[in-house]
Design a protein. Structure first.
Length: 476
């Protein structure tokens, strides 16, 4: 585990110092982490990053080296450093499990802790969850476009730094990728790694055929050849077939070929015919070359004969939506033993926060499909034996009464009084959970373009609280 305590914005520390100077640093506060809108053309997001947040929280502490650096800034006094030396996370964290489908304006993480602790963890929590949720969501869209074909994550060389490559690959697997090219991610998280060879391998030999033969000799049980170095149909595929026949004579079966340039729809169809006619109907065709969900969707629509898609830059950088835009806002403070709701008001309505100590309940119909999410005050309960009326918190005239439904609370305890109480699942288990979560959504919410907007509503009690605070803090 790494100590990421100093991975924070300076203003977190200056606020912490201000709390200390005003003797309110131990006051309990509640913060919600959520996002205001999902990625481009998406109605949902796939929660990811919680495992790394847990590691961060468990290792949270300031070292003497950290204190010395902070002292050099000439901003803080000795008493503050004494507090930092002893600081550990002692609060409660509730969060949605990784792989959970989440929607705008509902808490993904709820923190209740002394103000100084809750303030400190904001930056790291947002950094970790924003990034991995972004990539997991992009991956889920790419996998959806592949319509059952496997998707491999190939983006390490284009990732924005080592951590983005390592944890982005992890998030891509949560989103549905079957494997990664990133060896370190495979080692760290126990997931499959895949790879063949590059054009430089072919160019390192006198000719393409000798390059293919050398690779087949090295990997007779896993021979997948890149066939577009010179001419895909006139040279690459015929030479691959020659080597495949030689492999078969030795008792091995080839894995397949990879296409990395040209008209992938046309080339894959022609290559499929050539491989089938040569007696290799089970040889798989892998395609790469700057793919994304829209290109893959188009290739599928054109009848491309591609079994596996390798997706790199567009996936690991979430091209089209480079940041999730999650935020971390105070929702309540504990004053004299009472939880007092807090609200932020803005001239921009989307930036007005929802106050209170809240939970999120997902409502399903009798067939197990998600109908809506209801953000409620934590003490509220839903009687599933009675009809439930929900309404849009902006256009309140939009109402719906639900009968024959089930519910699930999305936020689960992760830390209680600073102690971890959550059993972290394995990465492939998280991937399976994400797949099941997506199955609960109607196709209209999963469209690659112009998806239907999922309902995230407020309970009547929470809506009334928000309206009351808006009026109290309005000076108009």
């Amino acid at each position: 585990m790494r100590n990421l305590t100093m991975m924070t914005d300076l203003y977190q520390l200056t606020m912490m110092y201000g709390y200390y100077k005003n003797n309110i640093h131990n006051r309990k506060a509640v913060f919600d982490m959520y996002f205001r809108k999902p990625g481009e053309n998406s109605a949902y997001a796939i929660a990811a990053g919680l495992e790394q947040v847990i590691d961060y929280i468990e290792n949270l502490h300031f070292s003497e080296e950290d204190i010395l650096y902070l002292d050099s800034l000439n901003l803080f006094d000795k008493g503050f450093f004494d507090i930092l030396r002893e600081l550990r996370f002692t609060g409660d964290i509730h969060a949605v499990p990784e792989g959970t489908v989440v929607f705008p304006n509902e808490p993904m993480v709820r923190v209740k802790a002394p103000l100084i602790e809750a303030q400190l963890i904001e930056t790291a929590l947002l950094n970790i969850i924003n990034h991995q949720t972004l990539i997991a969501t992009k991956a889920s869209r790419v996998v959806m476009a592949a319509q059952g074909s496997s998707v491999l994550e190939f983006g390490l060389r284009r990732a924005q730094g080592p951590d983005a490559g390592i944890y982005g690959a992890r998030a891509a697997v949560i989103g549905g990728c079957s494997a990664t090219s990133n060896v370190m991610t495979g080692q760290m998280f126990g997931i499959p790694v895949r790879g063949t060879h590059s054009h430089s391998w072919v160019m390192s030999f006198p000719d393409e055929l000798s390059a293919f033969r050398a690779y087949a000799d090295a990997f007779p049980d896993a021979c997948l050849l890149l066939v577009d170095t010179y001419d895909t149909l006139k040279s690459g595929v015929p030479n691959a077939i020659t080597v495949f026949n030689e492999l078969r004579e030795r008792g091995y079966e080839p894995v397949g070929i990879r296409l990395d340039s040209g008209d992938l729809a046309y080339l894959s169809k022609k290559a499929r015919m050539m491989l089938d006619e040569a007696g290799f109907p089970d040889a798989r065709i892998v395609a790469s070359n700057d793919l994304d969900e829209e290109l893959i969707w188009d290739l599928k629509a054109q009848g491309a004969k591609i079994d596996i898609f390798g997706v790199g830059t567009s996936l690991i950088t979430s091209r089209g939506c480079p940041a999730l835009g999650g935020v971390y806002k105070m929702a309540a403070e504990e004053i004299d033993g009472e939880m007092v709701p807090r609200i932020k008001i803005s001239e921009n309505p989307v930036k007005i926060t929802t106050p209170g100590y809240k939970k999120v309940v997902r409502i399903y119909n009798g067939g197990g499909k998600a109908i809506a999410d209801l953000v409620m005050l934590d003490e509220e309960e839903i009687d599933v034996s009675k009809p439930l009326t929900i309404f849009d918190p902006v256009n309140t005239w939009k109402r719906m009464t639900i009968r024959n439904f089930t519910i699930k609370e999305l936020l689960v305890p992760i830390f209680v009084d600073g102690k971890k109480v959550y059993n972290t699942p394995g990465l492939l288990e998280i991937q399976a959970h994400a797949s099941k979560e997506l199955d609960t959504l109607w196709d209209e919410y999963k469209r690659l373009k112009n998806p239907h907007v999922y309902k995230v509503d407020l309970s009547q009690k929470l809506y009334d609280l928000k309206q009351r605070l808006l009026k109290e803090y309005s000076w108009a």
